[in-house]
Design a protein around this ligand. Sequence first.
Ligand code: COA
Length: 169
Amino acid sequence: MAVAVYPGSFDPVTLGHQDIIERSSRIMDKVIVGVLKNNSKSPLFSVEERVNMLKSVTGHLSNIEIQAFDGLLVDFVRQCHADVIVRGLRAITDFEYELQMSQTNRVIASEVDTIFLTTNLKYSYLSSSIVKEIAMYHGDIRAFVHPEIAVKVQEKVESRTGKMPSREQ
Ligand code: COA
């Protein structure tokens, strides 16, 4: 059975992430989405919230599991008895960082390989930070995230700023 780990911060999960999850679920027998707990990025959502958001947008996929993790990614991969790490490549600018990560991971755990899926062109510009920034300025984020996630981001931004982001089209 081929098992993959797809790691990330997912703060919040975007349609770009969902595209990678759906495509890897067709290639692999099982995909474990690993949500990074100890995050230097000071996330908008707690790890529990990020896990729950991922569960709600992947509920239709039977071979997807969502788990929080902290520490080294390779330790999580070993703990999951996974064969590979899956990462999405959005643009050439991602390549250098991803190459460094995959090579470092292979030095510390030689059996852990990484496979890369090229991100759908539609989402090649997308990041979680862009989504949060648009929401902060009351923009419509429904082109970038699942409608349920859009509501959660709007609520969270509202609770942080005390203002109601516009829900107009
Ligand atoms: N579509 C849309 N956006 C995408 C995307 C896709 N397919 N793939 C990545 N992104 C965005 C993310 O939203 C994120 O945006 P942000 O920076 O605005 O938050 C950005 O690209 C970075 O991707 P992300 O998936 O969040 O990964 P990361 O770079 O934060 O974390 C880990 C990568 C979790 C794999 C890495 O930090 C890690 O392994 N940590 C564990 C510690 C460890 O083992 N360190 C040694 C590694 S060598």
